[in-house]
Design a protein around this ligand. Structure first.
Ligand code: PEP
Length: 249
């Protein structure tokens, strides 16, 4: 049985004061839950969040990572640096990174490799745009995005990683994939991995992301191949995030 994971992606939100208040509520609210919980704050807050989480029940993640180990890459942050600040997870290939910062499948795969090289668990985000879904290209796009990473690390690399299916049309829009739509893509992702390695496939956690709210989390997380969620907007509201965590319990 795969233990569910709920990860909050704070995107470019927060302040020292807001983070402190949110974390106190989350730390208290997750006590006794049987699921993994992580928060991914903006880089400058990693030290604050690390100190406040203090190695407790909630893990720390980052929202991106450089594909390079060090050097003249102004504005970038390396995997080693994330590790030094207590990160366990790092998102790679979030659709906003792909769309707004031009991260290609190859760059995303290189980031995945860089993360794993230092022992971070990459959370590989995949998902189709609305135009791609309407053109019937969902399976093709998602398998291409996943395939680029498998090409780089081999299927065994997915044994220490997480995949997040995030349809772009559902992120921050209030439109959620139906449980059936999510399950269909999650099953296809697991099937693609299973064709190469059944054991890796059955252990792989595949999160759903895209307008997950307390009202839809139970049904989404109840799907056979949905192993938790990557949460954006609702991760900034303690009551909502905790209700979503309880849905994964
Ligand atoms: C996200 O940022 O990855 C996300 C899923 O956002 P939201 O939950 O707001 O749709």
């Amino acid at each position: 049985m795969r233990k569910k994971l709920v990860a909050g992606n704070w995107k470019m939100h927060g302040s020292l004061q807001q983070n402190a208040a949110l974390l106190e509520r989350i730390k208290e609210g997750v006590i006794g839950l049987n699921c993994d919980v992580a928060v991914c704050p903006p880089y400058p807050y990693l030290a604050q969040v690390q100190a406040r989480l203090d190695g407790g029940l909630v893990s720390l993640g980052a929202q991106s990572v450089s594909e390079h180990a060090s050097g003249a890459f102004t504005g970038e942050v390396s995997a080693d640096m994330l590790l030094e600040f207590g990160c366990r997870y790092v998102l790679v290939g979030h659709s906003e990174r792909r769309a707004l910062y031009g991260e290609s499948d190859l760059v995303v795969a290189a980031k995945f490799v860089a993360a794993q090289q230092v022992g971070l668990l990459p959370v590989l985000c995949v998902g189709e745009t609305l135009a791609e879904r309407e053109a019937g290209l969902t399976a093709l796009v998602v398998s291409r995005q996943l395939g680029a990473v498998i090409e780089a690390v081999g299927v065994a690399g997915l044994a220490s990683a997480v995949v997040a299916y995030e349809p772009v049309w559902a992120i921050g829009t209030g439109v959620t994939a139906s449980p059936g739509q999510a399950q269909e893509v999650h099953a296809a992702i697991r099937g693609q991995v299973a064709a190469l390695d059944g054991e890796v496939a059955s252990g792989l956690r595949i999160l759903y992301g895209g307008s997950v709210k307390p009202q839809n989390a139970v049904e989404l997380f109840g799907q056979l191949d949905v192993d938790g969620g990557l949460i954006g907007g609702a991760a900034l509201v303690a009551d909502d995030f905790l209700a979503i965590c309880r849905a994964a319990n």
